[in-house]
Design a protein around this ligand. Structure first.
Ligand code: UDP
Length: 238
């Protein structure tokens, strides 16, 4: 079996990766399953930084739909990502994977503040680093946070792990005959207005030539295969 093609990855997980049935809340069982998947990739000798969303707990736009102030609603979303980060750290540590959480909004009593070089040092020392609180700014998403942090830590690839196994020409839930793309250029992905990754994140990756892989987190071995450079999901680059 070949070694990893990508030595340092930024793994973007939607908050729903931690959710129990119904897509809401944090399921400790699910966290353990997720941690086991991450551990398997780590054991391939890959350095892993993680950005996790909060769709299982709170999305800013849900508050805005009820006339909340956007910045306040988004701050709540960022705080929710920290809860997910702590749940995932706990699950990883229970499996014996040394893990640090750093947050873009300081909350020193529970996590380190995000310090770029320190995050890189953790990775070099073999620790998983979970980067919580998004970018620290409202009006952004955790996809954009993932793209930004991927650049900052010099990740080789951004892996967006979802429950869909790649980018489709149409929503496969709506049209089961929709075609899946194995490869897309950044421009093609932007023109398609792909829902699976927001356009700010896409254009940031395009401007800095960071390859993106969209894959189904729960497909057996999908992460391992992606890290080995095998075709899995959809590769967006060029
Ligand atoms: N958020 C934000 N700034 C950021 C990242 C996230 O304001 O840099 C807020 C925003 O309200 C968002 C919520 O946090 O809706 C949760 O993140 P996201 O929607 O990206 O979670 P996911 O869909 O990946 O679970």
């Amino acid at each position: 079996m070949s070694g990893p093609k990508y030595r340092r990855i930024l793994l973007k997980l939607g908050g729903e990766a931690l959710a129990g049935p119904g897509g809401f809340g944090i399921s400790p069982e699910r966290a353990t399953e997720l941690a086991a998947r991450i551990k398997a990739v780590k054991e391939m000798g890959v350095e892993i930084a993680i950005v996790i969303g909060a769709g299982n707990l709170w999305r800013g736009r849900d508050g805005v739909a009820h006339r909340m102030d956007r910045a306040t609603a988004d701050q709540m979303g960022m705080l929710a990502t920290v809860m997910n980060s702590l749940a995932l750290r706990d699950a990883l540590e229970r499996l014996g994977v040394p893990t640090r959480v750093q947050t873009a909004i300081e909350m020193r009593a529970i996590a380190e503040p995000y310090i770029r070089l320190r995050a890189i040092r953790h990775l070099e020392k073999g620790r998983v680093v979970i980067l919580g609180a998004g970018t620290g700014n409202p009006y952004f998403t955790t996809d954009t946070a993932a793209a930004l942090r991927a650049m900052e830590i010099h990740a080789d690839v951004l892996i967006k792990a979802t429950k869909v196994d790649g980018v489709y020409e149409e929503d496969p839930m709506v049209n089961p005959n929709a075609r899946k793309f194995d490869k897309l250029t950044y421009i093609e992905a932007l023109n398609l207005r792909v829902k699976v990754l927001d356009s700010t994140a896409l254009s940031l990756c395009m401007d800095h030539n960071l390859p993106i892989i969209v894959l189904d987190l729960w497909q057996p071995d999908s992460l391992e295969r992606a890290v080995r450079g095998e075709p899995v999901g959809t590769l967006i680059d060029g």
